[in-house]
Design a protein around this ligand. Structure first.
Ligand SMILES: C[S@@+](CC[C@H](N)C(=O)[O-])C[C@H]1O[C@@H](n2cnc3c(N)ncnc32)[C@H](O)[C@@H]1O
Length: 189
């Protein structure tokens, strides 16, 4: 795998209505099974595709919208963000997020961009409460490529499961979520 980063000039398509219809953030949230009042880390949040529905679902909880791209975060800032969204610029791995403070980390179309997934998973684990969850949705290298990153930039679901297990996560479920994206839900021990 290589880890080509998303081009911010293409950000508008991330929040297109067709993407909402296809990826259904409400379904993602219900699969995650996190109660209102919880804290979600939306890592690689981009311009906020999942951040806004997550903030509505969390009610008096919180969404930490974290991204390493200042350009993507500035697009997010241009949208009117409710008080329960905390925007956070992070490094490739390190995040200024407290230990044991996050109920669930959600990674949508970002895992394949990580340079060192084991290091990111260790950093995510540090921020997660015990029995905290992670949900990863990413591109299937076996799918016919009509869109999305090139196959060489994608990570197989089986490979991501192995990396999660090596990082001491227990996988709860995995599925082919759309015709070309898989989803894994796992929790810390
Ligand atoms: C394809 S975009 C997806 C954005 C959003 N999750 C969505 O689904 O619309 C990938 C995002 O991940 C961010 N990213 C890549 N590597 C990252 C890292 N190591 N830490 C934080 N963000 C990262 C990029 O800057 C980009 O905004």
């Amino acid at each position: 795998m290589s880890h080509k980063k998303f081009d911010p000039s293409r950000a508008e398509r991330l929040i297109a209505p067709e993407r909402y219809q296809e990826l259904k953030p409400d379904v993602i949230l219900s699969q995650l099974g996190i109660a209102p009042g919880s804290t979600i880390l939306d890592l690689g949040c981009g311009n906020g595709f999942f951040t806004f529905p997550a903030a509505v679902a969390m009610g008096d909880g919180m969404v930490i919208a974290a991204d390493m791209s200042e350009e993507m975060l500035s697009l997010l800032r241009q949208r009117s963000t409710p008080d329960n969204i905390q925007i956070l610029k992070v490094d490739e791995v390190k995040m200024d997020v407290e230990d044991d403070s996050v109920d669930a980390a959600v990674l949508i179309a970002v895992y394949h961009e990580f340079k060192s997934p084991l290091d990111n998973l260790a950093e995510i684990t540090r921020t997660l409460k015990s029995n905290g969850k992670i949900l990863i949705l990413d591109w299937d290298p076996q799918a016919d490529k009509e869109r999305g990153p090139g196959k060489a930039h994608r990570v197989a679901k089986t490979q991501a499961i192995r990396t999660l297990e090596a990082s001491n996560f227990t996988v709860e479920s995995h599925e082919n979520y759309t015709q070309d994206m898989w989803m894994i839900i796992a929790h810390t021990n």
